[in-house]
Design a protein around this ligand. Structure first.
Ligand code: ADP
Length: 399
C-alpha cells in the first residue's frame, strides 16, 4: 500500500514538469472555505469578457467616490463586475429570489451532506449578473468544502486544467465560469475527470506514445454559462444537475437594493429603491451598480441620501430610460428599424451596423429585449415588434 502511494507520488513528480508549466496558469484556490489562498487574476479577461480586468483591482482599491461617480476608466459602466465581491451573498440564506432553484439546491445539499458524498456536477445557466458565480461560491461554503475558480477562456490547453484537477480534494468544488468557451481539447480532457475522476495523459507521440491514467479525488464541477445552447451534448450530459436562472421579480430586486444600501451605509427611500429595481432589467448586478451610481450622485449633487428624485436625475445622466433600456439597447432597436426596415435581420449584420460584438448583443442586449417583447427571434432573423415603435415613439411602418 505504502509503496503504491510512493510510486504514485513519484509518478506525479516526474509528470508535472513535463505537462504543467506553472507560469502559464492562473489559480485562485480557496483553501479553507471562504479564504482565498492565492488571489491572482480570478478569471482572466478575454476579448469580450466581463471579469478580471487585468488590473487585479479588489473592491477596496477602486475609487468609488470620485467627483462624477465614475468607474476607474472614467465612465460609469452599469455592468461593472469588479464591485461584485463586496455585495455578494456569502450563504444560501442571504440569496434573494430564484426560489425554485434555491429549493432544489437545498435538497441537493442536504442529501449530499447526509450521504457524505460529493455533490453531483452542477450546471448553472442564464444571462450575466443573475447570480451564477454567487451560487457557485455559496455551495462549497454550505458544504464546508474547498473551492477553486477558473474560466473557460483562461484554460487554453489541458495543462492549464490539470493543476486544478490534481489540487481538487475530496468533495471540493471546481467552478468553471463561461464553460461554453472551453477549447475542445480541454473539454475532452475534462470528460474522464468528471465521469470517472481520472485523467488520461498522453506522453510522446507516434510509436512512442504512452497514455498514463491518474486517479483524482471525487470532486464537483460547477459550470456557469450564458449560452447553454453552445455546450456540446457530451459536456452537458455530464452535469447531473442543471439549473436555469431567470430574471428577477421587482420585489426581489427591491429587497436586494435595500439590503445592499445598508451594506454600503447609505440611506435610500422606498420609492427610490423601487425605481432602481424597475430599471435594473431584472438583474441584481445592474441593481447593485445603479445603487452605487445613485449613491455617488446623491453625495455630489444632493445631501447624500438616495431619494426618488436623485435616482431619476442620475439615471437621466446615464441615459437609462423608464424600463431600463440603455444606449446600446436603443442603438440596436433603432438600427433594426432604420437600416433593416424592422427586420428580419441577422445578428452579425446588426452587430456590424452598430459596431458592438455579436457576443455582447446575444449575451447582454437581446435577452432583456426579448423579455420585454421589443424583439422577436425568428428563423429568418431578428424583428422588432409593435411595442418597440410605441416605446421609441416612432411611427409604425406602413403596411
Ligand atoms: P453571474 O455570475 O451570473 O454573472 P454574479 O453571481 O456575479 O452573476 O452576481 C452579480 C452580483 O449580483 C453579485 O455580486 C451579487 O451582489 C448580486 N446577486 C446576484 N444574485 C443575487 C441574489 N440571488 N441575491 C442577492 N444578490 C445577488
Amino acid at each position: 500500500m505504502r509503496s503504491r502511494r510512493t510510486f504514485k507520488l513519484l509518478h506525479i513528480a516526474l509528470l508535472l514538469p513535463i505537462i504543467y508549466d506553472p507560469g502559464s496558469v492562473d489559480i485562485l484556490t480557496e483553501r479553507k472555505s471562504g479564504e482565498p489562498m492565492a488571489r491572482q487574476p480570478i478569471i482572466q479577461q478575454d476579448g469580450g469578457g466581463r471579469r478580471g480586468d487585468g488590473g487585479g483591482d479588489s473592491p477596496s482599491d477602486i475609487p468609488l467616490n470620485n467627483s462624477a461617480g465614475n468607474s476607474a476608466e472614467g465612465s460609469f459602466d452599469a455592468d461593472d463586475a469588479r464591485y461584485d465581491d463586496e455585495l455578494r451573498p456569502q450563504r444560501l440564506s442571504e440569496v434573494v429570489g430564484q426560489r425554485k432553484v434555491i429549493e432544489r439546491l437545498k435538497i441537493m445539499l442536504d442529501a449530499t451532506q447526509k450521504r457524505g458524498e460529493p455533490l453531483g456536477h452542477l450546471l448553472l445557466d442564464g444571462p450575466p449578473g443573475l447570480g451564477k458565480t454567487t451560487l457557485a461560491t455559496v455551495v462549497p461554503k454550505e458544504l464546508d468544502r474547498e473551492l477553486q475558480i477558473t474560466s473557460g477562456p483562461s484554460l487554453s490547453a489541458p495543462k492549464d486544467l490539470l493543476p486544478y484537477l490534481t489540487n481538487a480534494s475530496y468533495g471540493s468544488v471546481l467552478f468553471i465560469d463561461e464553460i461554453h468557451r472551453l477549447p475542445p481539447t480541454v473539454e475532452e480532457f475534462l470528460y474522464p475527470a468528471m465521469e470517472d475522476f481520472r485523467v488520461d495523459i498522453t506522453l510522446g507521440d507516434g510509436l512512442n506514445a504512452r497514455t498514463i491514467n491518474m486517479k483524482l479525488q471525487p470532486f464537483t464541477v460547477i459550470g456557469a454559462t450564458t449560452r447553454s445552447g453552445m455546450l456540446t451534448a457530451p459536456l452537458r450530459d455530464r452535469f447531473v444537475n442543471r439549473q436555469h436562472l431567470e430574471f428577477y421579480e421587482s420585489d426581489d430586486l427591491i429587497a436586494i437594493v435595500n439590503r445592499n444600501a445598508k451594506k454600503l451605509r447609505t440611506t435610500i427611500s422606498d420609492n427610490a429603491a423601487e425605481e432602481i429595481a424597475r430599471r435594473s432589467r431584472g438583474t441584481p448586478r445592474k441593481a447593485n451598480n445603479l445603487l452605487r451610481w445613485s449613491r455617488d450622485f446623491a453625495e455630489i449633487k444632493a445631501d447624500g441620501s438616495i431619494s426618488h428624485q436623485v435616482v431619476v436625475e442620475s439615471f437621466r445622466m446615464l441615459e437609462i430610460d423608464d424600463v431600463g433600456l440603455e444606449t446600446q439597447d436603443r442603438k440596436y432597436l433603432e438600427s433594426l428599424i432604420t437600416i433593416f426596415g424592422g427586420g428580419p435581420a441577422g445578428l452579425k449584420s446588426i452587430a456590424h451596423s452598430i459596431d458592438i460584438p455579436p457576443d455582447t448583443l446575444e449575451d447582454e442586449v437581446e435577452p432583456f429585449l426579448l423579455r420585454c417583447g421589443f424583439i422577436q427571434r425568428t428563423p429568418r432573423g431578428r424583428m422588432v415588434t409593435a411595442a418597440t415603435f410605441q416605446h421609441l415613439q416612432l411611427p409604425p411602418p406602413r403596411p
